[in-house]
Design a protein around this ligand. Structure first.
Ligand code: CA
Ligand code: CA
Length: 225
């Protein structure tokens, strides 16, 4: 018994040290530009009939204008965009639609918020999780498929495949921990993610191993968790 206790006590500090020494990348966009962006390289094509898209975000622009949070564009369309609307609602737009699944939630601010959008084509069920708390379910784009062969960009809204950015839609603030799964995660898994427990990253975008291509002004920094 005494031996077991010693083993246990010896193991705890090591486990804690492992948890505390976790380092991830974080993206800082210091100012409003039509040039600063970071392109993310997916692990596989975004050919999606369902997804969970999560990130940590902090911005002080809320309420001033619309802000792009995530842009995935093919040569044909804005396939999958997340926006913070001027009134603070958070919206998912699929396939260049003018209609969104929009959620009235507490406004984003300088303190980091953990967000996850989930969507399932077979039912159209769409939900937003904010700091692990689930929204009501909305029905959006039932039967739709998100198409592959596009670009994933943080910081700017792509209006063509090769660029065309508007400063007044750009993101200013900090975004990290962007993960995309091609399935709907359980409520409890999203709760774990929001609390900072490190489980494996997304199987489409995995923040832990992602490759970045960044333009001049966007900063890619290390962050100790
Ligand atoms: Ca635009
Ligand atoms: Ca666009």
């Amino acid at each position: 018994m005494g031996f077991l206790c010693v083993l246990f006590l010896a193991a705890v500090p090591t486990a804690l040290a492992d948890t505390l020494s976790d380092t991830i990348k974080t993206l800082v966009f210091p100012s409003e530009t039509n040039s600063d962006y970071v392109e993310l390289t997916p692990l596989k094509p975004l050919n999606l009939r369902a997804f969970s898209l999560c990130m940590r975000v902090a911005t002080e622009l809320t309420g001033q204008r619309e802000i792009i949070l995530f842009a995935y564009r093919t040569p044909h369309a804005d396939e999958l965009n997340l926006w913070c609307e001027r009134d603070g609602r958070l919206s998912l737009y699929l396939s260049s639609s003018s209609e969104a699944a929009s959620f009235s939630v507490p406004q984003l601010g300088a303190l980091e918020t953990h967000l996850c959008f989930t969507w399932n084509s077979s039912t159209g069920a769409t939900a937003l999780f904010m700091n692990g708390k689930k929204s009501l379910t909305k029905i959006y784009k039932q039967g739709h498929t998100v198409r592959p062969d596009g670009k994933v960009v943080i910081g700017q809204d792509l209006d063509s495949y090769l660029g065309e950015y508007e400063a007044k839609q750009s993101f200013v603030g900090e975004i990290s921990d962007v993960n995309l799964w091609d399935s709907v995660l359980s409520d409890s898994t999203i709760k774990y993610l929001s609390s900072g427990i490190r489980i494996s990253g997304g199987n489409v975008l995995d923040w832990g191993s992602i490759e970045f291509k960044s333009s001049f002004g966007a900063k890619i920094l290390n962050r100790e968790l």
